[in-house]
Write a new protein. Structure first.
Length: 165
């Protein structure tokens, strides 16, 4: 799996994906054909999966031989209405944290859910179909059949990559 984060002023999602896919396939970016799959998921004519996300000043992209989903979020105040995307257990975990940690913690949960949905070519109302649970002070992040990674990001951002096993 290859992951890159670039500044949006220099890269569009399409350009970044094309460069990364071309490098993986050892071809020119102009030779890649993009199309939309189930629920609008972007795909290419190459034997690779990719997914991109952008937020604030950055765009992130991951390329893999397996199905993949990516979500990048700039840490910012979270509106209370977004808490409805969490399960009861996730809300309880979030509420157990000091208030000053809520925005980053919520956005970590959000990026896990969003990357999982994107990996599966799912739809937005599936947020409550997976439950991320805290165990022994650490968030357990493994719905069956999926791996999650949390690559380093620029200051003030969170990024989750979900890859099918």
């Amino acid at each position: 799996m290859e992951i890159r984060i670039e500044r949006r002023e220099e890269y569009s999602s399409r350009r970044l994906a094309a460069e990364m896919l071309a490098a993986a396939a050892k071809t020119d970016p102009e030779n890649i054909r993009f199309y939309r799959g189930k629920n609008g998921k972007p795909l290419s004519d190459l034997p690779y999966f990719f997914n991109c996300s952008h937020s604030g000043e950055y765009v992130a992209c991951a390329v893999s031989h397996r199905e993949i989903g990516v979500d990048l979020e700039r840490v910012r105040p979270v509106h209370a209405r977004l808490l409805r995307t969490l399960t009861d257990r996730e809300k309880a975990w979030l509420e157990s944290l000091p208030r000053e940690e809520w925005d980053r913690a919520f956005l970590r949960l959000w990026t896990m859910k969003e990357s999982w949905i994107k990996c599966r070519s799912g739809v937005v109302w599936e947020y409550k179909q997976c439950n991320f649970v805290e165990e022994n002070g650490v968030l357990s992040v493994k719905p069956k059949g999926y791996n999650f990674t949390f690559p380093a990001t620029p200051e003030g951002y969170v990024l989750t990559v979900c890859e099918k096993e």
